[in-house]
Design a protein. Sequence first.
Length: 78
Amino acid sequence: MERGPFTLADERALLLTFAIGAIVSKNSGGEATYAKIIAAREMGVPVVMIQRPHMPVGDQVADVEQAYLWVEQRLTPG
């Protein structure tokens, strides 16, 4: 089994070989997998893009020591 990123020609061949009827892809914002989107559009294959959910706001620490203290504060009763 091969690993991407694949060329546009490879993506076209994959779509044809396996008679792909639709593509569902996450919107990672990168260029590495964009060839499959281009190939699908050229061939009239529907593309559904899934947007990543927004990350909830939470506590942040800058280093391991602060992380340890954060955990300790939450585990200590009182």
